[in-house]
Design a protein around this ligand. Sequence first.
Ligand code: HEM
Length: 350
Amino acid sequence: MHIANPGRLAGWLAVTLVLAFGLLLAPAVLAQETADRETATAVVGVTPDTWRLVRSGEVDANFRDSRADSNYNLVNASGEGWRQWRNRWVSPFGLIAIGGMALMIAIFYLLVGRKTLDEPRTGRLLLRWSVLTRALHWSVATLFILLALSGLNLLYGKFVFRPLFGDAIWGAMVSASKVAHNYLGPLFGVLLVVLLLKLLRHNLPSREDLTWFKKGGGLTGKGHVEAGFANAGEKVWYWLLATAGVAVILSGFVLDFPNFGQGRDTMQWANLIHALGALGLTAVALGHIYIGTLGTEGSFEGMKSGYVDESWAKEHHSLWYEEVKESAETPPAPAQAPPPEDGTLPQRPT
Ligand code: HEM
């Protein structure tokens, strides 16, 4: 091959090499420049050791966050403590409590089964729950379930739905959960307090509660334990809601309205109390829902229609039955269509 002008070619090669070398070096040079600029603008004397002090919570006027009238340290060391508590203790506690409860219910159902009525139904009904109580109960129950699902999604959803659906769908899911949780929470709080006030007189402790506990509520076996309007098990559920439930509501308000001057540490405490209480209650609620549906014959229809059969009342709430038995009523039979006047047999609808 004949090269017309070897000198010129060598010149082009040299230029190309210099350009390529320059391109390779450019990022390193730029980074160095950025670092130099940062060093020039940083506070004089701030070294990695200073940052370590700030991070460890060392108090110094210079380490303060100067935004607004905040008196926080620049790096809030307690935030890391909160994160560890949430991830190492609260999240596993929820999984163990809720998963453990679901497993126990499944085993109990397989071993013991549904508690059916010992005596046949008499067909005479007693009013147990007024329309107002039922409306309150079902509103609180629906809101609780929505709050539980959105709350569980906020805590655990990223491990399940993010890998399943990808970032875009997961992002929409988690922000919808957050908005729903923030708005439904206060409504649940108000309605739960009204329900608790309405049921208070039935849930005051009484002497027969001790016997009920000693006999395990008659959960297994054939016998029945004496109880008034609410048995000791229901009273436990009531007082859990009146204590842990109210703590969940109050801490929820602290988290929902951060504009009342509460500090970051208060919010972190509120978050831990809220999550622990809500996860514990969700686990116990599974037991309540099981007993109110699959677990006990006749309970659900009471909360649905307001009326329970006399036999159910006698077996589950004998002391209450003694108080109200005179008011038992036989519901009117469903109205029969009158026979046609011309004596022909009624036609079946086609
Ligand atoms: C789908 C879910 C639920 C079902 C099927 C259900 C079912 C029932 C039933 C059947 C009763 C009446 C028991 C009886 O007559 O003795 C009852 C009572 C009650 N439920 Fe629920 N429930 C559910 C969810 C909830 C939730 C989430 C809460 C609270 C957060 C709740 C709070 C109560 C309270 C306070 C009582 C009254 C017990 C007492 O007198 O102390 N329920 N439920």
